[in-house]
Design a protein around this ligand. Structure first.
Ligand SMILES: [Fe+2]
Length: 378
């Protein structure tokens, strides 16, 4: 645990059912908006509500950001932004849509292409365009974080552009926007939030603020995620899960993550596993690995969530996964030893370094063999 810390959040965070209605009054006057939404949101009835809310602003709408936020999609947004002299970027969608828009908002007024920042050849120096983020999923935390996770399609390399200049100016978390999430996305994004909260709590850079946020997040998600999965229209459960997700993001964005996230990125991009699902598959395995160094911390999380001890917490996570149809390994995604070299090479991110127990290459390979499932092991 760290006793010195700095916390950086969006300039304004608005939470509540129906809070999307507050978007217009919180945007700069005379904004020329680049509106980046998810595909399904663009076709939903909520899009009509948004059109109404933004009726007095000039805007260009883009609604086709690819899965895992491809760098070329960000280049396209930057191009539009520069040519059309956009002054504000508003993004409504899942983590990939928000991250692509976030990177574009920062780079539009800067120089160069997104790929230069992705490969660390350029660095941001000045604040980008005003950026507002409204998540339609409850899990990624992209509305809060200072990084944009992008994917280079050709190499399948998935990594972050990270800079406090990327932090949104305005985050509006409206649980009503999450009601139309499919069961699969509810499970995947919710388990992403839970993994983030737990990894934030046990990582070496946790502090009293991030731990308080993470504890509450874990409790909210453990108690309400399966209800939101079983009945997507249950607005009470949706609201509590959205709160859990927001607290998770406010926690991990100021501390760090762990090996579940370190491994979820290369496995997810290589085998096209949704990020949250990859996290959910990895989480119990990583907690088993970390157990000897963080049993006490897991015990605290268990007590807070009304569970008997750390083992019960891990057991509860496994039960939640089962209830939401999330597999225990990557066999159905075809993980096999031919993938190990790529995963090993691309998993050594900051998340891997902040894992509370050091994972050697041997440890990683041993876990990957287990994650191939019975078929590949026989
Ligand atoms: Fe995540």
């Amino acid at each position: 645990m760290s006793n010195d810390f700095t916390a950086e959040y969006p300039g304004k965070i608005i939470f509540g059912n129906g809070s999307m209605a507050k978007l217009a009054e919180n945007l700069p006057a005379d904004a020329k908006i680049l509106l980046v939404t998810g595909k399904s949101f663009a076709k939903s009835s909520q899009m009509a509500d948004l059109e109404h809310i933004l009726a007095n602003f000039a805007k260009i709408h883009v609604a086709d950001i690819g899965h895992e936020a491809p760098v070329e999609d960000v280049e396209r947004l930057i191009d539009i932004g520069r040519k059309k002299k956009i002054s504000v970027v508003v993004s409504i969608g899942g983590g990939s849509t928000i991250d692509a828009a976030k990177a574009a908002a920062a780079i539009i007024p800067a120089e160069g292409k997104c790929i230069d920042y992705f490969h660390g050849k350029r660095k941001l120096f000045l604040k980008g365009l005003f950026f507002a983020a409204l998540p339609t999923t409850a899990g990624s935390g992209a509305e809060i974080t200072s990084n944009a996770v992008l994917t280079e399609s050709q190499t399948k390399i998935k990594k972050s552009i990270r800079d406090s200049l990327l932090i949104a100016d305005l985050a509006i978390v409206d649980p009503v926007l999450t009601v139309s999430m499919t069961q699969e996305t509810t499970a995947s994004s919710g388990m992403d939030a839970l993994t983030q909260a737990i990894e934030s709590y046990i990582c070496g850079f946790a502090n009293s603020v991030t731990m308080a946020l993470a504890e509450n997040s874990v409790e909210l998600l453990i108690k309400n995620l399966v209800s939101a999965y079983n009945d997507g229209k249950d607005l009470v459960a949706r609201n509590l899960v959205a709160q859990g997700s927001l607290l998770s993001a406010m926690s991990f964005s100021q501390s760090g993550l762990g090996a579940a996230h370190g491994l979820a990125h290369p496995i997810g991009s290589l085998l096209s596993v949704p990020h949250g699902k990859a996290c959910a598959i990895l989480l119990p395995h990583i907690l088993d690995f970390n157990f000897e160094v963080c049993q006490g911390a897991l015990e605290n999380l268990a007590f807070k969530s009304g569970l008997e001890n750390a083992e019960f917490l891990i057991r509860r996570i496994k039960k939640m996964k089962q209830a939401m149809n999330i597999p225990t390994d990557f066999s159905e995604y075809g993980l096999n030893p031919s993938h190990f070299e790529f995963i090993l090479k691309n998993c050594k991110s900051r998340s891997m370094q902040t894992n509370p127990r050091k994972m050697s290459d041997k440890d990683i390979l041993e876990l990957l063999r287990k994650l191939c499932g019975k078929k590949s092991n026989s």
